[in-house]
Design a protein around this ligand. Structure first.
Ligand code: FES
Length: 173
């Protein structure tokens, strides 16, 4: 017999596995399994942003109760947008108005004429744009001046007493 007398021979005369050989084989198998799991999860981590769908991007502006009826407030916020592996931050703001403390409107802070920032005039109860003397009502409608349309708006919702907006403005109509 070929393996006869050899300490490496098994019971059936075939090659006998030593303890070191078994441990080396087990370690190799374990390392391969761990590597497969890690590479699968790592691959998922690296490629998933490229295929991720654009989620709804609600931004928390704070307690809705901070906005008093009849007095629009300009609220600053930071918008974070993920573009594949890059997160971009953009500072912006919104004018928030409510007549009753229940229904809220969020206006894009840029005038619909040429984009100047406008302000709220409490005495007049109107938004005034200083660039070309435009006047908007408290509901965002054009009262006078060159703007071609009402103030643009953001979608608004209340969740848990907090005011959230989606920072993609919709054209005022
Ligand atoms: S930019 Fe506001 S009136 Fe022209």
């Amino acid at each position: 017999m070929e393996n006869e007398g050899c300490p490496c021979a098994g019971r059936d005369g075939g090659p006998k596995m030593t303890r070191q050989g078994f441990l080396a084989l087990a370690a190799t198998g374990l390392a391969a399994a761990i590597g497969a799991v890690l590479s699968a999860s790592g691959l998922t981590y690296f490629i998933s942003p490229a295929f991720g769908k654009d989620e709804e991007n609600w931004i928390d502006l704070g307690p809705a109760s901070d906005i008093k009826p009849g007095t629009p407030v300009k609220v600053d916020y930071v918008e974070r947008r993920r573009d594949a592996w890059v997160v971009n931050e953009k500072r912006s703001s919104a004018w928030i108005a409510t007549a009753d403390g229940k229904e809220f409107t969020a206006f894009d802070p840029r005038c619909t004429h040429l984009g100047c920032p406008y302000r709220w005039d409490q005495a007049r109860g109107q938004f005034l744009c200083p660039c070309h003397d435009a006047v908007f009502s408290g509901e965002g409608a054009v009262v006078s001046g060159p703007p071609p349309r009402p103030l643009d708006r953001y979608s608004v919702k209340i969740a848990g007493g907090r005011l959230l907006i989606q920072p993609q403005p919709q054209k005022g109509a």
